[in-house]
Design a protein around this ligand. Sequence first.
Ligand code: ADP
Ligand code: MG
Length: 253
Amino acid sequence: MKTNTPSRVAEKRSDSTASPQPLVSCQNVTRQYTRGKKSVLRQRKATQTVTALDDVSLAIDRGEFVGIAGPSGSGKSTLLHLVAGLDTPTRGLLSIDGTDVTTLSAKQRTRLRLETIGIIFQHFYLLSALSARANVAIPLVERGWSKRKRRERATTLLTTVGLDDRITHKPSELSGGEQQRVAIARALATEPDLLIADEPTGELDTATGGSILDLFEELSTDHAVIMASHDERALARTDRVIRLQDGKLIADA
Ligand code: ADP
Ligand code: MG
């Protein structure tokens, strides 16, 4: 684990624009899922409630590289989906960059997500028919950028992640690590304050996963990076690890 000395944190935070509130704030956040099950015998609908996140409170600042740890089913993806604005809590308060997301409409949450957050999924979700460059440019179409500007920006981003020689390759022509880098470049396209990655090194070999972690560490100097993982070696690279068990926060250090 990197030692998170006060001076390191102060140095990182002073780089970014000073903001009085944390970038992400969860207060007593609970997320329950209800599964409906029709009971043939009783002729009525039986429901089962799963508490995926249970009364979780935390705050994350700009400049932090935070790991979310816990066994499968402990609530890591649920927490990331909430923080990404893809889902809303059943109870509790959740604010992103000072905006209470629990009061926003789905459309407003989508806008906040497009403006503030970049998401990297475990399975990359690249479009197979498009080149690396066109995949990276997708979020900029939404922004109304011209084709020429989109291409320029996508090329710069692919260079940043070390793929300047893979710009016109299709996903099927790239290795797993290269595809993950394309997904990272795409997440960075809109200059998000917050990068969210769900098990980003899960399917990569140790060396490739290590280079993805190098990139996150570098990015966390001016973005907040939140990474769910059950790989202790990956977690050791973060500034701070939040541990979940059965939806409860059991450690934050
Ligand atoms: P992790 O990412 O740590 O593996 P998840 O956040 O995916 O954990 O899941 C936490 C719990 O919530 C699990 O018991 C899972 O089955 C349940 N869960 C997650 N998403 C849903 C859903 N959409 N509907 C019902 N249950 C869900
Ligand atoms: Mg998960």
